[in-house]
Design a protein around this ligand. Structure first.
Ligand SMILES: Nc1ncnc2c1ncn2[C@@H]1O[C@H](COP(=O)(O)OP(=O)(O)OP(=O)(O)O)[C@@H](O)[C@H]1O
Ligand SMILES: [Mg+2]
Length: 392
């Protein structure tokens, strides 16, 4: 069972298909990112795609993780071919749906051979998309999930082809619709780069966070479980826990599962279960930083986590090097720090958000990290450590 999010789907569809004068930049492309396991793909497939289709758009959805052994461009071309084939087929379900938009049931005819799409000497993606928009007289939305897969050299051909398609359609004042591109994924650094770096074809595209599930989802989840006679925390505690767990449905379920064995079944116990699960997640990220960059990896990760939220904590300066050196008991050089930082970025443990600015990729891990640090310091100083919400 899925919690429905029609409002979010409608809002996004509005912004994409009918942007107000101030927001036409969505036609340059949109990158939506958020951490893993928050429900991005579920929302795209089950809510956004149907909503866009219902409004008459032709929607092509491609998941670049569906087969990581294939070139990103090939996966997209295959999806496009499949969609065009269906539009050519008389009586296909897709045609019936678009019939209301004034298309005959006979199927579209294209002035090119589908099999040649993207082949040397064949029709290009840009030509095909332009013709599709003219023939179908509607918008085409291409959604690429796990788009960070295309951030590197292997994805350049895809992004260049998509840019050419975008410019061919949206740059033509006679075009009968728009070509809209949405990329989603969890690797914030790479996706930011794709929308900002001059070397990337999609420089200038819009970036925005993918909205995580709201409090209503938690209420809905509790209602469902209440019907099964399961023991539940209050809505307030469940929502607090869901946030602690980074808005991840699977983690909330795990916490609710553990709650069944709690001695009293109090909200305070549920808070503790969630905090413990979240600590474990933060520990795992820290441990991975150590696997990737050794002790220096841990030091850099901790330095960023302890630094300000805007990522301006200095990582390479004299003071930083002195700190690493003191902690390791060995002299540390800038080059080593650079290698370590690159490794942490590649693993999506930290994200580069601007020149020399780095943040912890998962904002919840940073939150937990700081919470625990405050707790440890309070313990050391002999201060009471109970949270206001936790009754003794
Ligand atoms: N609306 C929803 N209602 C209930 N459960 C949901 C909903 N959306 C997502 N989930 C659950 O959350 C989990 C993660 O969902 P999904 O795979 O869509 O996330 P994702 O952000 O795409 O993750 P990844 O970064 O791994 O691709 C799944 O178990 C899914 O069933
Ligand atoms: Mg996904």
């Amino acid at each position: 069972m899925l919690f429905p999010r029609p409002d979010y789907a409608k809002a996004l569809a509005d912004q994409l298909l009918s942007p107000s004068g101030l927001h036409t930049s969505v036609r340059s492309g949109v990158f939506l990112s958020n951490i893993r396991r928050v429900g991005k793909s579920t929302f795209l497939r089950n809510e956004l795609v149907p909503e866009l289709r219902q409004r008459g758009a032709i929607v092509i959805y491609v998941d670049l993780w569906a087969n990581v052994n294939r070139a990103p461009l090939d996966l997209v071309l295959e999806a496009v071919r499949a969609q065009l084939r269906e539009l050519q087929t008389p009586g296909s379900g897709l045609l019936k749906r678009l019939k209301g938009m004034g298309l005959g049931a006979a199927g579209l005819t294209f002035n090119f051979q589908l099999d040649t799409l993207g082949q040397p000497g064949g029709v290009t993606l840009a030509q095909a998309m332009h013709e599709l928009v003219q023939k179908a007289r509607t918008d085409v939305v291409l959604i690429v999930d796990e788009v960070q897969q295309a951030a590197g050299p292997a994805g350049h051909a895809l992004m260049a082809a998509l840019k050419a398609a975008r410019d061919a359609v949206n740059g033509d004042p006679e075009a009968k619709g728009h070509f809209l591109f949405i990329g989603t994924g969890s690797h914030r650094s790479l996706m930011n780069d794709m929308a900002t770096k001059p070397s990337h074809p999609f420089k200038g595209a819009v970036t925005a966070p993918f909205e995580p599930l709201p409090q209503d989802y938690v209420a809905w989840k509790l209602d469902q479980l209440a019907a099964d006679g399961v023991r539940l925390p209050s809505l307030e505690a469940a929502w607090r826990g869901f946030q602690t767990l980074g808005h991840r449905p699977e983690e909330l379920e795990r916490a609710l599962g553990q709650f069944q064995a709690a001695p009293q079944g109090s909200d305070a116990e549920f808070d503790l279960i969630c905090a413990t699960l979240a600590y474990a997640a933060a520990d795992m990220e820290f441990a991975r930083a150590g696997e990737i960059g050794g002790e220096l990896g841990e030091l850099v990760f901790a330095r960023i986590a302890d630094g300000p939220e805007d990522g301006t904590r200095e990582l390479y300066g004299q003071a930083a090097l002195a700190d690493y050196t003191a902690a390791q008991g060995l002299p540390v050089e800038v080059k080593q720090v650079q290698t370590t930082v690159d490794g942490l970025v590649a693993a999506n443990l930290i994200a580069r958000i601007g020149h020399g600015r780095f943040i912890i990729s998962d904002p919840y891990v940073r939150g937990i990290w700081r919470q625990r640090k405050a707790l440890t310091q309070a313990l050391r100083a002999g201060k009471p450590v109970l949270d206001a919400g936790e009754k003794p």
